[in-house]
Write a protein that binds this ligand. Structure first.
Ligand code: DAH
Length: 364
């Protein structure tokens, strides 16, 4: 039977405990200490249990001393816990401190491809004139790409187009990668009744590849059909476009008789330029540069789409987007458009938020 615990023993226990609490360097170490001393089977708990076997006198004094130790130890553990948490927070704050004086990290910035930019510019200009944008599939059938446009089988224009044919399927019409955007004219006219005023920018394909030809390239098609559309409208519209696109108010524009199966009469459109010293400059000069094809929609094309050519007339045009982009932005080789060379794109690309200017003649 235990009679008492010497006072100095209790003092020693208390000192040792407080010292080990102060030395605990983590929340885990602190928790093991708490369990070892104050837990159910902890040392102080055991000592409290042993009070039962003591003389009442000793029990009272030792009990009071033990209680005081328990309270002190619990408080010391709490205090140490808070101190450890504060220290951890301080360390994190030091570690994760934001140095606002550091130079900003460079943000990689994308650029708009010159073809996308050109499409936006073309849409903006024709949009001002009341045109909407129409679309058609890249994979066309023979009828939409050729026959409906008055290019019957055996027509020489079919050979000139270097068509990519898809493998034949017995039960469906022969399919092609569209050689021009003109089939969108046909799809537009079949879709709803006239009038029409659309442009159709998009990809086109021909089996050809060199510095001025790419197997995939882009065109924009235009179509206007109404009850009193004439050559004057065609000329006014295309002169306006050329001047707005090249931003030269008085750019000379010339209409030269030509031939396309789907227009009659047909005209190619040239703009004024100079080629002094091998350097091409758009604007006034003694030379001409062809930039697009156009004409009055052939009555047979209207009839093929169920439109009465006795009542409706229209004009159409088509142009290569790479070509007009190369001319405006001084890009020398067509193939570079599709090489995905980032240095090229950084040089020729456009900032994403550049709004195309609608103001003709406002040379940048
Ligand atoms: N489709 C022609 C081509 O690819 C361009 C063209 C010329 C389209 C005259 C037209 C047009 O709509 O009227 O060469």
């Amino acid at each position: 039977m235990q009679h008492s615990l010497p006072e100095q023993d209790l003092d020693a226990v208390r000192e040792i405990l407080l010292a080990s609490i102060a030395a605990a360097d983590s929340a885990e170490a602190l928790e093991s200490l708490r369990i070892a001393e104050l837990g159910k089977k902890g040392r102080l708990t055991q000592l409290m249990r042993s009070l039962g076997s003591m003389e009442p006198e000793a029990r009272r004094s030792v009990g009071a001393a033990l209680n005081a130790i328990k309270t002190d130890v619990a408080a010391a553990i709490e205090g140490r816990k808070t101190a450890l948490m504060d220290a951890a927070l301080d360390a994190r704050l030091m570690d994760e401190r934001l140095d606002v004086t550091l130079p900003v990290r460079p943000e990689p910035r994308g650029a708009i491809h010159p073809i996308s930019q050109t499409i936006d510019e073309v849409i903006a200009i024709f949009g001002e004139m009341g045109f909407t944008v129409a679309e058609g599939p890249d994979i066309e059938d023979d009828w939409h790409n050729f026959t409906a446009l008055n290019i019957p089988p055996e027509h020489p224009a079919r050979q000139e187009m270097d068509t990519f044919y898809l493998p034949g399927e017995a039960d469906r019409p022969r399919r092609v990668l569209r050689t021009h955007t003109s089939p969108v004219q046909i799809r537009t006219m079949l879709e709803s009744p006239p009038p029409f005023r659309i442009i159709a920018p998009g990809r086109t394909y021909r089996c050809d590849s060199d510095a001025t030809h790419s197997p995939m390239f882009h065109q924009v098609e235009g179509l206007v059909v109404d009850e009193c559309t004439h050559m004057g409208h065609l000329k006014g519209c295309l002169i306006e476009f050329c001047r707005a696109y090249f931003r030269i108010d008085d750019l000379p524009v010339r209409f030269r008789p030509s031939y396309f199966p789907f227009t009659e009469p047909s005209a190619e459109v040239d703009i004024g330029c100079t080629r002094a010293g091998g350097d091409l400059r758009i604007g006034h000069g003694d030379d001409w540069l062809e930039i697009l094809g156009s004409g009055m929609v052939h009555p047979r094309v209207l009839a093929n789409c169920g439109i009465d050519p006795g009542r409706y007339q229209g004009f159409a045009f088509g142009m290569g987007l790479e070509r007009i982009a190369m001319l405006k932005y001084g890009i020398a080789d067509l193939r570079t458009f599709f090489e995905s060379d980032l240095r090229w794109l950084r040089h020729y690309g456009f900032a994403a938020l550049d709004v195309p200017s609608l103001v003709a003649g406002s040379t940048p």
